[in-house]
Design a binder for this molecule. Structure first.
Ligand code: ADP
Ligand code: MG
Length: 684
């Protein structure tokens, strides 16, 4: 069933590239590219009833010949349509060939966004249907996909259609009995109905099945991994070392009791008879990094290597520098750290690999480059992953299946209730840092509309004059047609214009080259840049304690968990910090959600309240977070399905621990594929 996209009708090199941009490489990826939401085609309404801002369908007659106007390199097609209630101008861009379709006197249904231009309502770039064609889609739910520049919803929809029609689907892989027990829809039905749901009821059934599958495969993988690690004894036995105690004494702050407790748990694990597999959960700013560093130092003191893996290069670099500083402060010269990331040159990489293989490098800090095939460790005793929600179970497996099993420590700020954490991290013991450092002042929050901006700017200027630094977050990198949200590039320009010229403003986004990103981040850490306008690339783990203001534009476009992470970038030092959420629309729904953040700085509370607000039926609200590696499942919203899947996995493994029974053959095949697929993604 897995075929290259190029085999499909209408897919050439250019289209293929577009799809690759959203990580669709073959027909299977395409089928698993689930819609972001759905659009329901309503009965056309009268022209007099349409409102500004809505998407409407009107059926009307073309009242006059099409008029094409050239403005710079844009061809604007305008036509006026009418019905018994009134007239409406409609506009398209760069589609001059419409002239031959929209003959005077012909009747069509037009469906598109209603905007106000020069005081008058008009419809912008609508879809055009013959009356018959509109009848066919009427009341149906049409998929809306996440897109990238150049890739249209129509292209994705058509291609998914083609694949569903042309290729046989993979088929059912769950035993009939199990499906009946948990009332699960058929696998093939689910896959086709998630794209083209006949109605809401069946959409819910399809979604439930896909969510269940995702959880089930994940839990089975975790359980199999757990067996492996449980069998392993402590192949890297350690002894406590006084130097960690001394370092703790030397820190510029006192560890909190929660940090100390967790550190002692880690130390005990490393020095026990069995392998450590531990998750450390702690809200943003609770001070997880120092525990990772201590564990690495203990490992090195015992003669082994330690690796710290993080999701972004920015974070890797920051951890590396902080670690080097810690070593210097403590006059430790018997620990040789290296930084390994995707943007190292081939030559640099070769040199680093050699140092790792020879054992000269004792601490390796980096992105997932550090678990690639080519890296051969001398004696890897400890692997730590920070901000684990970006790493999956397969990555954990990739590390543990190399020769002897190292100790594993996972650090996460995702606030997952304990009952769910036990399922999701079935192979790990769990520690919680449930206390923030004492001298920290709580962040002051405000949720405001865009009219507050001038005040915000003058506040920001004041903070900068006091020596502090500022983040401004925008949802987009650059201006994009049809999307009404702030973008990093124009916003930076705007800020430069409104603020005095001696204040240094720079931007950061995911499309920049790694080297440029590093440079900007470095200059921000050093205080050379005072205001950093950024996309959410700073969301994960970045630590610049001198930054005290976090301003988020279009806050309504982010999930609450994500906003909480973003806010976690400030309030990390001794200064009072502030978070300004700018709401780009005035909708009550968003006001309510943002009010939760306004009221609390506690990640667990926020996740819980968000869930209550959204309710179990709210499928298409902004997802909590990209937590774990789930595509459609949401660990919070789908907690009930998660529990069922966990129960089902338990039942399957109790009956058939290695999935060797006939009735589990298809499931086993699917699981093997699941494990393999993600490992491939890793090496990209
Ligand atoms: P996170 O848990 O979000 O990864 P970090 O480990 O990055 O948090 O710590 C955030 C900041 O708090 C860092 O600047 C760190 O040096 C500081 N920090 C860590 N522990 C303490 C403590 N016990 N007292 C004061 N500051 C601390
Ligand atoms: Mg961190």
């Amino acid at each position: 069933m897995k075929r290259p996209l190029r085999e499909l009708k209408g897919v050439g090199e250019k289209t293929e590239k577009l799809f690759q941009k959203v990580n669709i490489w073959d027909t299977e990826d395409l089928l698993h590219y689930y819609p972001r939401t759905y659009d329901t085609y309503e009965e056309p309404c009268e022209i007099s009833q349409i409102r500004e801002g809505e998407t409407a369908a009107v059926q009307g007659v073309v009242t006059a010949a099409v008029y094409v106007n050239k403005v710079r390199n844009l061809q604007i097609v305008t036509v006026t349509v009418g019905d018994s209630s009134g007239k409406l101008p409609i506009v398209w861009y760069n589609m001059p060939y419409l002239r031959s379709t929209l003959k005077k006197g012909s009747v069509f249904v037009f469906r598109g966004k209603v905007i106000r231009k020069n005081g008058r309502l008009q419809m912008d770039h609508p879809e055009i249907f013959t009356c018959g064609a509109y009848e066919e889609v009427l009341h149906s739910m049409q998929p809306v996909y996440a897109l990238t520049a150049g890739l249209t919803n129509k292209m994705v929809t058509k291609l998914v259609h083609q694949v569903l029609e042309q290729y046989p689907l993979q088929g059912e892989f769950l035993p009939q009995e199990l499906r009946e027990q948990y009332r699960l829809a058929d696998a093939n039905f689910a896959l086709s109905a998630i794209h083209f749901p006949p109605d809401m009821q069946r959409l819910l059934e399809a979604r439930k099945r896909l969510v269940f599958d995702e959880f089930l495969l994940f839990i089975l993988a975790v359980q199999l991994l757990k067996e492996k690690t449980e069998e392993a004894g402590n192949e890297y036995p350690m002894k406590p070392d006084w130097c960690t105690e001394e370092m703790i004494e030397n820190l510029p702050y006192r560890l909190t009791n929660a940090q100390l407790n967790v550190w002692h748990e880690i130390e005990r694990d490393l020095c026990s008879h069995s392998l450590m597999s531990r998750l450390v959960q702690g809200d943003v700013g609770s001070g997880k990094t120092i525990l990772a560093f201590l564990a690495m130092i203990l490992t090195v003191k015992n003669g082994y290597q330690a690796a710290l893996m993080v999701p972004t290069e920015v974070l890797a670099r920051q951890h590396y520098q902080a670690f080097v500083r810690l070593l210097e402060d403590n006059g430790m010269d018997d620990c040789q750290p290296v930084l390994l990331t995707g943007s190292c040159t081939a030559k640099e990489k070769r040199e680093i690999y050699e140092k790792i293989t020879s054992g000269e490098a004792s601490v390796i800090i980096g992105t997932h480059a550090l678990i690639q095939e080519k890296v051969v460790y001398h004696d890897l005793g400890l692997v730590i992953t920070d901000e684990q929600h970006r790493f999956g179970v397969k990555q954990r497996e990739a590390l543990t299946t190399r020769g002897k099993s190292p100790h594993v420590l996972v650090m996460s700020a995702t606030p997952i209730p304990r009952t769910l954490a036990i399922i999701l991290y079935g192979d790990l013991d769990i520690s919680v840092i449930d206390e923030l450092p004492a001298r920290r002042l709580p962040i002051k929050n405000c949720v405001v509309g865009t009219s507050y901006r001038p005040k915000a700017y003058s506040f920001i200027e004041k903070q900068v004059r006091q020596g502090r630094q500022v983040y401004v977050i925008c949802p987009m990198v650059e201006e994009s047609e049809g999307l009404d949200a702030e973008n990093v590039i124009d916003y930076t320009q705007k800020l430069k214009e409104v603020l005095p010229s001696d204040i240094s403003v720079a931007y950061l986004h995911g499309k920049m080259k790694p080297r440029e990103k590093n440079e900007i981040m470095e200059r921000f850490s050093e205080g050379e840049i005072q205001i950093l306008v950024s996309t959410t690339v700073v969301e994960v783990g970045v630590n610049v304690p001198n930054a005290t203001v976090m301003m988020v534009e279009n806050a309504e476009r982010f999930g609450l968990a994500q906003l909480h992470q973003l806010r976690g970038r400030v309030g990390r030092g001794e200064y009072q910090s502030y978070c300004i959420f700018i709401q780009g629309n005035e909708e009550q729904e968003t006001s309510k959600r943002l009010e939760i953040l306004n009221k609390s700085n506690d990640g667990f509370y926020i996740a819980g309240e968000d869930l209550k607000l959204r309710g179990p039926g709210d499928l298409f609200g902004i997802r909590q977070s990209g937590a774990m590696e789930f595509q459609i499942a949401d660990i919070y919203n789908d907690a009930d399905i998660l529990k069922s899947a966990s129960e089902a996995a338990g039942g399957i493994l109790a009956l058939d621990p290695d999935l060797s029974l006939e009735q589990h053959a298809a499931l086993k095949e699917r699981l093997t594929e699941y494990m393999k697929a993600d490992l491939q993604n890793l090496s990209l």
